[in-house]
Design a protein around this ligand. Structure first.
Ligand code: F6R
Length: 614
């Protein structure tokens, strides 16, 4: 939430600073700002609204300088106005700070700083850091790095901070606590950013930073120290993402591009997971067979869309591996007394690896003695770093705020985990595991098939663009799909949407069906005839239809459907794997509704992709 960039080198700094923000706008887009380090003073420009507003404010009078910091904001403390936009400066206007996160003790700091004569000009928590650093820098003989080290000891909360001072503008100092910061190593230039996407065009060499580590970059050096002032050896890694992956590549929106990237993302996440002797390979699990056999419970923690992947995990793992699985919304997890111990495997699912609610739940589970496995899409992010093990999904960078390809790869990862546990615990034979894995290998081509025939669905969606409520029904693994369909529609089309378990309908929600408005209902027909769930869903369809609903059904090829106004066919396959396919038309539905209603698809209102506050 908030994207930050720092640059020092030989180029005109405004280019990497603004381009970097464009790549990080997914993190927040309430305002944007820049501080450029001219030799005598700082040039600051900041504007409420999207990056484009800052860019048009900049164009006439932009100085050519070679270092600076820039920020795109998701507002927490203080509304999204020009004056609350970052950077924030000290009273001399010589020290600028940008911030991602929350300074919890900012009001105490502010009172103390005001009593020392500082005057404040914004409603943010961040401004107190600019004033604090200003005083501490003077106390430390003008050394901004030491000032930052002293400041961090006084701050509570979660933060990534970058600071620059006009007296030494080539030097940029940063720190992170519970919030992301990576460095990029260039040739005669260096970068700092919330995410490697900001500098991927310039370098593939990155350094990850640990908790409370303070980094100082100049064009020719990178130095890292810990809170005690001791030098820390840089942990360098190679960025494997391609710069082109962070571009739209001819699609009108990142979301559409990412929907169409799903066959590849699923294939990449699946590849190489079955050995020649039919064993599921997840070496990253770091668990012995004896430890897997001793597991008594799995707890999945996640937020939003990732939580829906967790719900699918419950159905798959309980069915295949016969281990009890609880799924919990991460923000609720640590505020009760969850029962976990060393026989519990906690699985934290997160695309970004930075979601604060999930991170806090991970810490809580670890402290209670559980082993934590992360399922994550972002290399070296905080959640995998703090977990005991990690399965990386291979979706590539997901830029659109609404998650699509990350979800499908998360579901693939939980299937692989379920198969591995089932195989080691001898609940499925090698032959059964092999057969399911081979059915999974067909998923990329099946998603492709759905996407090739998506045009009629896009047309159909436009007919529903003026609806003010859409309901989604699912049963079994179709239930999380229904929840996901509703979430996508809410966040993109800004309309009331709810997902229900089909059986729950008669216990209240059916009252939402309005015969005058002909409320649209999208029903996911369960695959196969296990427990006659398909027949029960067909009855639900009749029930809503009888009360005036217009019904769209998502059904596998060949399955009988009665009572639907429209049928969207998906390829047939095993019931448990159906979420991967049934989700795709719902993503397209939400996308098209947003376009038809003139909404900003990639950056829906009020949202941010990476939610690094609780
Ligand atoms: C919805 C969406 C969010 C995220 C949630 C968790 O489209 O993107 O609901 O799924 O904020 O984010 P991660 O997976 O990064 O932890």
């Amino acid at each position: 939430m908030c994207g930050i960039v720092g640059y020092t080198g030989a180029r005109s700094a405004v280019d990497p600073l603004i381009e970097g923000l464009r790549r990080l706008e997914y993190r927040g887009y309430d305002s944007a700002g820049i501080a450029l380090g001219t030799p005598t003073s700082l040039f600051i420009e900041k504007r409420a609204g999207k990056l484009a507003n800052l860019e048009s404010a900049l164009s006439p009078n932009i100085p050519t300088v070679h270092s600076g910091i820039s920020h795109t904001r998701w507002a927490t403390h203080g509304g999204p106005t020009d004056r609350n936009a970052h950077p924030h400066v000290d009273n001399e206007g010589k020290l600028a700070v940008i911030h991602n996160g929350i300074i919890e003790n900012y009001s105490e700091l502010k009172a103390e700083l005001e009593s020392r004569g500082h005057s404040f000009s914004s409603d943010t928590d961040t401004e107190s850091v600019a004033h604090l650093l200003s005083d501490l820098r003077k106390e430390h003989g003008g050394d901004l790095t030491q000032a930052m080290r002293a400041a961090v000891k006084l701050l509570r909360g979660s933060f990534t901070l970058l600071a620059v001072h006009a007296d030494d503008p080539e030097r940029i100092v940063g720190v992170r606590r519970n919030s992301p910061l990576v460095a990029g190593i260039g040739d005669g230039e260096n970068f700092l950013a919330s995410d490697v996407a900001a500098f991927i065009d310039y370098t593939k060499r990155a350094i990850e930073l640990g908790q409370d580590e303070i980094i100082t970059i100049t064009p020719s050096s990178i130095e890292i120290i810990d809170l005690a002032g001791k030098a820390v050896a840089p942990r360098e890694y190679e960025i494997t993402w391609d710069a082109a992956a962070a571009q739209k590549g001819g699609f009108t929106h990142f979301m559409l591009k990412e929907i169409f990237e799903q066959p590849k993302a699923v294939a990449d996440t699946l590849i190489g997971r079955l050995s020649d002797n039919d064993q599921i390979l997840i070496d990253e699990l770091h668990m012995t067979d004896a430890e897997i056999a001793a597991l008594k419970k799995i707890v999945v923690i996640a937020c939003g869309t990732a939580y829906h992947a967790g719900m699918v995990a419950k159905y798959a793992i309980e069915k295949w591996a016969k281990i009890s699985v609880e799924v919990e919304i991460a923000s609720e997890y640590r505020y009760r007394d969850p029962i976990v111990d060393s026989s519990t495997l906690v699985v934290a699912i997160s695309q970004s690896g930075e979601t604060m609610d999930t991170l806090m739940a991970v810490r809580h589970a670890k402290a209670a003695g559980a082993r934590v496995l992360a399922i994550c899409n972002t290399n070296s992010s905080t959640i995998p770093r703090e977990s005991d093990a990690v399965i990386y999904t291979h979706a590539g960078p997901e830029i659109a705020v609404a998650s699509t390809k990350a979800l499908l790869t998360q579901i693939v990862a939980v299937y692989l985990l379920g198969l591995k546990l089932a195989q080691v615990r001898k609940e499925l034979s090698d032959l059964e595991v092999k057969s399911i894995y081979h059915q999974m290998l067909e998923l990329p081509a099946q998603i492709e098939q759905i996407l090739e025939t998506v045009e009629p669905l896009r047309e159909l969606t436009r007919k529903f663009a003026t609806s003010d409520t859409v309901l989604f029904l699912g049963r079994n693994v179709g239930y999380p799909v229904a929840l996901e369909g509703a979430l996508k529609l809410k966040e993109l089309a800004y309309i009331h949407a709810e997902g229900f378990a089909g059986g729950e309908l008669k216990h209240g929600p059916i009252a939402l069906i309005d015969s005058v408005k002909q409320t649209p209902v999208i029903a996911i027909l369960p695959a196969g005839h296990e427990n006659a769930l398909d027949e029960k869903m067909l009855s639900n369809i009749q029930e809503v239809k009888a009360r005036g609903a217009r019904v769209i059904v998502i059904a596998q090829e060949g399955d009988a459907v009665v009572g639907a106004e429209h049928i969207i066919r998906i390829p047939s396959g095993p019931a448990l794997l159906q979420p991967i396919l049934a989700t795709v038309p719902l993503q397209v539905f939400a996308y098209e509704m947003a376009v038809a209603r003139g909404n900003d698809v990639d950056q829906p209102r009020n949202l941010a992709k990476s939610v690094t506050v609780e």
